[in-house]
Design a protein around this ligand. Structure first.
Ligand SMILES: [Zn+2]
Length: 493
């Protein structure tokens, strides 16, 4: 049985609640909305981002693009306004690549216009001084071509559009050429892709994705009609094609000409994008930026770097914060400043996304503060006893800005431990410089970086979903939400 004093409080409590809880006061609404972060949504969003389908979200790549589109849809669904057209801030990342170089005789051909090849980049080069021709439709193929060693074979008529039987013949011809020792096969293509769009080129690439052909590793080069014309001359080309139409045999001698295919190192620009949406505040010239990077390391061979903690955890949390902030806003809790949610790309490429974002931010507007989340789903080895913790980095660079808010939040979440022990400017790990808060920090914007310091699976394929501590992630999400909410609802100083 409860003692008298407690009994008294129990009776009065409902009345106190009724009379004294301000329904729209910011601190109470902050806590109320912080509890609306949904664990099932955190789980499913994180699991999707770190799934094999997204192939480790490497920059650039289709997995990364899918992740970006997913976040965009979540922002849109939450009711955020697009900060860029279609929420996407597109920019170009310079990437190292290997580009094939094809030279036949005195002609140099350009990849994607004159030819296409799936020639494995691991091979150095192919060269030959002899090019011969065969008819892929010929029953007795290769006829007189009993030995193709050191030779390049042109297989006529080449690839024809949507004709399965011709594709089968071409495949059989390529395999036969390999058995006879050919160095490479040239396929003239009647649906060659000069001037075609990306989708059509992708379809053409699919034709090269023939497991029978890929497994033999014989370079197959799809060339334009112009390449064959240059090779044999106009008159010879016509008679070649006439012979081809009439009979199985091609009476055309081989051509002694130098042939070289190799790769050279090159730089290419690939488009990538940040995703950003916002909630307009009372003062639309000031911003609180809440960010998390959504890229990771991608895949190397068949090893996928899932990046569940780094940083699907921060990205899934960003989506939840956007949703809950938006709900509070719809219920009349308008923030003092715009609250801008940014999912950064290419963080693992030297903070490229956040760097670009900061460099393009209009000087007419002002970023009041930036809150970054990067790796917030797991524990380090030093917090086994105080398990509900998060590292908060940045407070001590701007104590006047952060201190009272963080103290408030700590008081609202007793038992949750905000660890400021890696805050120092001279920290040997230079954590301040190692994630997306840094470009903001360099602009002297107050920043906070939330972080778990997980080391065990850091940047390894073993950073996987099942190792996420969901309850801890949710508590951290609440802590971060409360901090962001209080900052963005604070009256102008
Ligand atoms: Zn990382």
């Amino acid at each position: 049985m409860a003692n008298m004093k407690n009994f008294f409080i129990l009776i009065l409590l409902p009345f106190f609640n009724f009379f004294f809880v301000p329904v729209s006061g910011q601190s109470d609404s902050a806590f109320y909305y912080s509890e609306k972060i949904l664990l099932p949504d955190l789980k499913s969003d994180l699991a999707f981002l770190a799934s094999p389908r997204l192939e480790g979200r490497g920059t650039p790549g289709t997995g990364l693009e899918m992740a970006g589109d997913f976040i965009k849809e979540k922002f849109q669904g939450a009711g955020l306004k697009p900060f860029f057209r279609d929420y996407k801030q597109i920019f170009y990342q310079e990437m190292d690549t290997l580009l094939p170089v094809l030279e036949i005789g005195r002609h140099k051909y350009s990849f994607g216009k004159d030819y296409y090849t799936s020639f494995p980049k691991t091979r150095n080069k192919i060269s030959s001084n002899n090019i011969v021709f065969a008819n892929a439709n010929g029953k007795d193929w290769p006829g007189t071509l009993k030995d193709l060693r050191n030779k390049i074979l042109v297989l006529l008529p080449g690839l024809t559009n949507g004709d399965d039987s011709s594709e089968q013949k071409v495949s059989a011809g390529i395999i036969r050429a390999h058995q006879l020792g050919a160095r490479a096969v040239l396929l003239p293509s009647c649906q060659f892709f000069a001037g075609k769009d990306k989708k059509e080129i992708d379809q053409l690439k699919d034709q090269f994705d023939n497991p029978d052909i890929n497994s033999i590793g014989l370079p197959v080069i799809c060339v334009s009609r112009a390449v064959i014309l240059n090779l044999v001359g106009k008159n010879n080309f016509d008679s070649l094609m006439q012979t081809f139409e009439k009979s199985n045999l091609i009476r055309f001698a081989g051509i002694a000409i130098s042939f070289r295919l190799k790769y050279r190192k090159a730089k290419v620009l690939k488009p990538v994008f940040n995703v950003a949406g916002f909630i307009p505040g009372k003062d639309t010239s000031r911003y609180l930026v809440i960010g998390a990077h959504y890229d990771h390391l991608g895949r190397m061979g068949d090893r996928i770097y899932y990046g569940a903690d780094d940083n699907a955890s921060g990205t899934a949390t960003l989506i939840q914060l956007a949703r809950v902030f938006s709900e509070a806003n719809r219920n009349g809790h308008i923030p003092q400043m715009n609250v801008l949610f940014v999912a950064f790309t290419a963080e693992e490429k030297g903070l490229a996304g956040s760097d670009y974002f900061v460099s393009k931010f209009s000087s007419k507007n002002r970023i009041e503060a930036m809150i970054n989340m990067d790796m917030i789903g797991r524990s380090d080895n030093n917090h086994r006893s105080a398990k509900d913790y998060v590292f908060v980095i940045g407070r001590d660079y701007n104590p006047g800005f952060w201190m009272s808010t963080l103290t408030d939040v700590e008081n609202e979440l007793p038992g949750f431990y905000a660890d400021y022990s890696i805050n120092a400017e001279n920290d040997p790990e230079l954590l301040m410089q190692r994630s997306d808060q840094y470009p903001f920090f360099q602009q002297e914007i107050p920043v906070l970086f939330f972080f778990d310091d997980m080391k065990k699976d850091y940047h390894l394929p073993s950073d996987t979903v099942e190792k996420i501590n969901w309850d801890l992630l949710k508590k951290r999400a609440q802590f971060i939400f409360l901090t962001a909410y209080k900052i963005s609802h604070k009256e102008v100083r």
